[in-house]
Design a protein. Sequence first.
Length: 345
Amino acid sequence: MKKLYVLLAAFLVAAMILPACAPAQADCTDEATFCVGLVTDVGKINDKSFNQSAWEGVQKTEKDLGATIQYIETADAKDYDKNISTFADAGYDVIVTVGFGMGEATVKAAGTYPNIKFVGVDQFQAADTPGVVGLNFPEDNAGFLVGALAAMMSKSNKIGAVCGTDAVPPVWRFGEGYKAGAAYADGMKGTTTEVFVVYHSDVGFDKTFVDPEWGAATAQSMMDQGADAIFGCGGITGNGAITKAAQAGAYAIGVDTDQYLTLPEAAPRMLSSAMKLITPGVFDLVKMAKDGNFPVGNYFGSAGYAPFHDLDSEVPADVKAEMEKINAGLLDGSIKTNVPPVKPE
């Protein structure tokens, strides 16, 4: 009997220490079970930004479509293929891969697993691959909006952006859009704004988005030079920057999602966020897969800027009106950022 208790205890301990990211035990090979897996790029699922927004889209498929869902966090880029295969070999119907860096592995997996649908977030498809759709966004528009806002709200006429690597086109478009938006606002207001934009391109890809200490130090350096608004566009690295800005009393500007709702330590000074509507974009594409009308190639989601929340009373009426005009102009094409799709060679 004692031996039985020991075995039972060992089983319970083993069950408790199984990683949360292991695929669910549902039989995904059963046609009646609709399974959706998400694989992050290097970074955590709860980054309060990019990965989290994509995961919330998958979570909505569980609620609204009855999907069985699970995720795997990638710790090292060399594990892309293995992590995707974990879900594919288990018979998942849809696999969402998050991040530009996973693009090649996603297309490769589609060739190996032709019966699975793949959603590549921030993965522009240069050519159509059966079973693969890239979910993309006009990051330059979102960056443009918050750049204009920061320039109009700055009292020092100095603003900054702390970003991940510029080797990732969406990150580069955020940063360059921010510069362009500030220049546009200067043209309207007759001001001259100095814009500091720094990309964390001096480290390996496995660290560029998960370095909050560097983000905080870079933001502090910008504030030491007079910047009073800081945009963070680089996952946890960017979070470090905008949290430091908020603690110093500067304006903090989030990215990807409305970070007022996900980054409470910065919320009191969160002026806005450059938003990519990732959550509805992921959900819509998974639903299309389930409904049998899954697209191929590129699918473009929407971008915008988040509400001013606690700082609404600090934003003058004329600034609010200008922001609405700029947003409308970007949507109808009458205002252009002139930011290329990728960084010029």
